[in-house]
Design a protein around this ligand. Structure first.
Ligand code: FES
Ligand code: FES
Length: 170
């Protein structure tokens, strides 16, 4: 039975009915024409489908669309404001942080969430000082970005891009 659903994706409101088995990723790509999030594994293992849902990162291939009625979804496309690349997009370009680019929208969304998580003081498994502010070391970046795989192996430059933005925002 189709369920009613309202979603705002990259600032655009959508009101529709969906099969309750539809994932957020399939809904965006197959019905809304939002192609920025990519389908890599479709099993929650690669991070290519990562988007921000109400500000927090999520593997959209594992999320049922009906579970997110009323949500604000932001893809890598939506992080560009007024058609201008964000500082993260520019850093990925400047640091050569991709080759084929297939994983990049998910990497960018994850990186945006990582920067917010660190700003909020949320520790990761490699954070040593749980009392003070979190320092975004390369080990922190690697740990926090570890859910996003890159078949091209652009990891060194992805870390450099995230570091560049973190330093630029200080
Ligand atoms: S496509 Fe969602 S984690 Fe791989
Ligand atoms: S740039 Fe090709 S998979 Fe990451």
């Amino acid at each position: 039975m189709p369920y009613p659903l309202r979603l705002v994706v990259d600032g655009q409101e959508h009101t529709l009915t969906v099969d309750p088995r539809t994932t957020l990723l399939d809904l965006m790509r197959d019905r809304l024409g939002v192609m920025s999030p990519k389908k890599g594994c479709d099993h929650g293992q690669c991070g290519a489908c990562t988007v921000l849902v109400d500000g927090r990162r999520l593997n959209s291939c594992l999320a049922l669309a009906v579970s997110h009625d009323g949500a604000q979804v932001t893809t890598s496309d939506g992080l560009a404001e007024d058609g201008k690349l964000s500082d993260l997009h520019r850093a990925f370009l400047e640091q050569d942080a991709f080759q084929c680019g297939y994983c990049t929208p998910g990497q960018v969304c994850s990186a945006a969430a990582v920067l917010q998580e660190v700003a909020d003081g949320a520790p990761s498994v490699v954070t040593e000082d749980l009392e003070g502010p979190v320092e975004l070391t390369d080990a922190e970046i690697r740990e926090r970005m570890s859910g996003n795989l890159c078949r091209c192996g652009a990891y060194v430059n992805i870390v450099a891009a995230v570091r560049q933005v973190a330093e630029g925002r200080r």
